[in-house]
Design a protein around this ligand. Structure first.
Ligand code: FE2
Ligand code: FE2
Length: 178
């Protein structure tokens, strides 16, 4: 995660007040051990999504507390989704909303709306429509975060490739001059 954005999020007192009981929970902290998109952990992905949802819903006078909590828990599946999980049925993309919701319900007292936001965050990949506007907001913010996490890595890889090319050219010129 970009350090400037992380500092901004860490210093937003209102957001931190809502999210603190979640991000200090042992089970939620385990999300740091699983990669979501490229180098981004599930924890950072949810933390980022949660903050964007918080900002949008606060600006438009929506239920920003529920969405902040639900977004932080929306990918609480706690396994490496790239590897086949013994005993797990169904494709990750279609089933992890339910898994995350079940895991979250074991540790937090979630409202009906928060459960619905988590369960249906994969819309339109899964056909169930979220029943709240906040639920729809998470579906878009989630996709935006996934794209930006992927784009960041591709951009840095492209930069590295360019840097190597220039370094190679530079070294070749030195060798030719010798
Ligand atoms: Fe997800
Ligand atoms: Fe997600």
């Amino acid at each position: 995660m970009n350090t400037d954005i992380k500092d901004l999020i860490d210093n937003d007192k209102e957001f931190q007040k809502i999210i603190y009981p979640l991000i200090t929970n042992e089970t939620v902290l385990q999300m740091k051990n699983f990669r979501q998109h490229y180098e981004t952990s599930c924890f950072d992905h949810c933390y980022m999504a949660s903050y964007y949802c918080f900002l949008i819903c606060k600006k438009y006078n929506l239920d920003y507390k529920s969405i902040t909590r639900a977004a932080m828990l929306h990918d609480l599946f706690l396994y490496d989704w790239r590897k086949r999980q013994p005993g797990r049925k169904g494709l990750h993309a279609f089933t992890h909303g339910k898994t995350a919701c079940e895991n979250a319900c074991k540790i937090f007292n979630l409202s009906k709306k928060e459960k619905d936001i988590i369960l249906k965050h994969m819309w339109p990949v899964t056909p169930q429509f979220p029943t709240s506007i906040e639920g729809f907001i998470l579906t878009f913010v989630d996709k935006y975060c996934a794209l930006s996490e992927t784009f960041e890595v591709l951009k840095s890889r492209l930069f590295m490739r360019k840097a190597f090319r220039y370094a190679y050219l530079f070294l070749s010129l030195i060798i030719i001059k010798l």
